[in-house]
Design a protein around this ligand. Structure first.
Ligand code: GLP
Length: 242
């Protein structure tokens, strides 16, 4: 059973998670962080950047692996997850860019990209702490309903609700890519600590299904119940169906 912490707001969640990550980095200066994109973790990244600055913490050895990436966006597109991770995480936290990986969404060589990413995570010794958001459809990373609970990093087709949700980051809905490359649910479950964040009423159903529903490929978030160390941090609205 996941530990569920209900907090007042995203800033309170950010302070909690930042504290956990700072402790991790103090005990392991080359800690491996699993990084989510989307709007959910942004307050956490801001809180972490502030803690690193105020504590004067040396994070140059910290490593990172993003959960997912779009396939086929032009190099340097501002909404590629590579660009988002650089802008929201690497730069504000002062991480070493070469130590932070994002799955390679370039269609050239895409057939090797999943296996290459898995190998890189294994070589790094695995992910110590994985930050997760959850989609309205219950997806974690970009593992949409129907994804195998044992899946590893691979190319997936985005569902229409997810493309609609993510259209807000693009000039038009048609610009949202059709495909992505995402860590699998099996990849996520190998991380040593999962921290799932969710805020707002729109996530209440997905949170309840993840925390209390049957473990099912139809609700990818429910895979967190298979993990021995999961912390779910939600506000009152996201907790409203628990
Ligand atoms: C996105 C990302 C996920 C994220 C989820 C929720 O599409 N691929 O990693 O957790 O959907 O997004 P948001 O946090 O913006 O609600």
């Amino acid at each position: 059973m996941a530990e569920v912490v209900v907090v007042a707001d995203q800033d309170a969640a950010g302070a909690l998670v930042a504290g956990a990550i700072v402790s991790l980095i103090r005990s392991k200066p080359d800690a491996v962080l699993g990084l989510a994109t989307g709007s959910t973790p942004l307050a956490t990244y801001r809180a972490l950047a502030a803690r690193i600055a105020s504590d004067g913490l040396d994070v140059r050895g910290v490593r990172g692996f993003a959960l997912d990436e779009y396939v086929g966006l032009p190099a340097g597109h501002p909404e590629s997850y590579r660009a988002v991770i650089t802008r929201e995480v690497v730069e504000p936290l002062g991480l070493t860019p070469e130590l932070v990986r994002v799955p390679n969404g370039d269609p050239a060589g895409i057939e090797h990209a999943g296996a290459d990413y898995e190998a890189a995570i294994t070589t790094a010794g695995g992910i110590d702490l994985q930050i997760l958001g959850i989609g309205r459809t219950g997806h974690i990373g970009f593992n949409e309903p129907g994804s195998s609970l044992a899946s590893l990093t691979r190319v997936k087709t985005l569902t229409e609700p997810t493309r609609v949700d993510n259209a807000r980051f693009f000039d038009s809905p048609d610009e949202v890519p059709m495909h992505c490359i995402t860590q699998g649910i099996g990849t996520i479950l190998r991380a040593r600590h999962l921290v799932l964040l969710a805020f707002g009423e729109a996530k209440a159903h997905a949170v309840a299904a993840a925390v209390e529903g049957p473990v099912s490929a139809n609700q990818p978030g429910s895979a967190i119940q298979l993990h021995p160390h999961t912390t779910v941090i939600v506000d009152e609205s996201a907790a409203s169906q628990l």
